[in-house]
Design a protein around this ligand. Structure first.
Ligand code: PHE
Length: 356
């Protein structure tokens, strides 16, 4: 019995790894292990012998079991020590950046709109957001007394004391870019101008800054029919489905005739779907460029004619992505953007391939 004890305690203490320990456990105290077999022999002993041998064998079994457990723990400690010596972490290293941003719906829609019109041969033109009242109003056939000036809730800048020139304005629409482009390139013209515009207005469907995309096509024989085709092409490409349009006679000082254009939609449970149903939603103003506007841009109205339109980009974004409140574009966070499925900047976008 003492031999058995010494043999196993020695083997356990010399075991190199857990696998060896497990073998020893089976050999000693496993079902057919040496000690287990000895315990089975207890049955053949006299009660007196059994009274002596029973407790001894139990004690030996316990001793070997705890030796096995102790050795197992020691081996694990040694393994951890060895790992700690070879692996280490420098917590002072600068962390790796994680891309958190995502493209804003307005930027994304602007890219989408620009790409579709580019396919139809429209180049992008730009103009300043702080405009003279000439470009924003007069050149567009909106003289000083015209009610449209008041209707547009214009933001005016201040002139210095004693300076009586008319103040600059925050452009109320992208239409001044029509005049600037006519002056710069002359006819023929085929441009769009996406950009920010400003009006003093704030509620669920109006914000003081919003976005429009202006369109202008001038040529020798460009007609209202061309306007309708271009817009229908645009809407079908933008919404990915055939979209009926409705032209309603309207009035803008800078177009004659003028039309407001609605697109077909349905309203269900507060959700709007474009391209189906019996409702109409106004999305833009348009018309044939007024001869006075052509003249103001230095173009002969007897030689050239064409159409212009101004689309609300924010409205388009709300319709395409089912965003109910315009104000959300300005005070929402990343979770909101993700909810509406806007991609992180890691994903390729029209914004110039893979964002850096
Ligand atoms: N500028 C007009 C607006 O803001 C829209 C428009 C543009 C209408 C071009 C006709 C032609 O509301």
């Amino acid at each position: 019995m003492e031999d058995l004890r010494n043999k196993y305690l020695e083997l356990v203490s010399g075991a190199a790894d857990e696998a060896v320990l497990e073998e020893l456990r089976v050999q000693a105290v496993g079902k057919k292990g040496e000690i287990s077999l000895k315990m089975r022999e207890l049955g053949k002993m006299t009660p007196e012998e059994r009274q002596v041998m029973g407790p001894k064998l139990n004690a030996l079994k316990d001793e070997i079991n705890s030796a096995l457990a102790a050795k197992k723990a020691a081996l694990a400690d040694a393994a951890l020590d060895a790992r700690l010596k070879t692996e280490w972490l420098d917590v002072t290293l600068p962390s790796r950046t994680r891309r958190q941003g995502s493209i804003h719906p307005i930027s994304q829609v602007t890219e989408e709109v620009t790409a579709i019109f580019a396919d139809m041969g429209f180049a992008v033109a730009e103009g300043p957001q702080i405009e003279t009242d000439w470009y924003n109003f007069d050149a567009l056939n909106i003289p000083g007394h015209h009610p449209a000036r008041a209707e547009m809730d214009t933001f005016y800048t201040h002139r210095a004391e004693g300076d009586n020139r008319p103040p600059h304005v925050l452009r109320t629409h992208t239409s001044p870019v029509q005049i600037r482009t006519m002056e710069k390139t002359g006819a023929p013209i085929r441009i769009i101008c996406p950009g920010r515009v400003y009006r003093a207005d704030y509620d669920q469907t109006h914000t003081p800054m919003f976005h429009q995309v202006e369109g202008l096509a001038l040529g020798k024989d460009i007609s209202m029919a061309n306007l309708k085709w271009v817009l229908e092409e645009f809407f079908s490409a933008f919404f990915g489905t055939h979209v009926e349009t409705r032209f309603r006679a309207s009035h803008f000082p800078f177009t004659e005739p003028s039309a407001e254009v609605d697109i077909q939609c349905s309203w269900e449970d507060g959700q709007v779907k474009v391209g189906e149903g019996n409702d109409w939603l106004e999305v833009l103003g348009s018309g044939m460029v007024h001869p006075k506007v052509l003249e103001a841009g230095g173009i002969d109205p007897n030689e050239y004619q064409g159409f212009a339109f101004g689309i609300g980009i924010d409205r388009l974004a709300m319709l395409k992505y089912g965003i109910p409140d315009l104000r959300a574009f300005f005070d929402s966070d990343l979770r909101w953007l993700r909810h509406y499925g806007f991609a992180s900047l890691d994903q390729p976008t029209l914004h110039g391939g893979l964002a850096r």
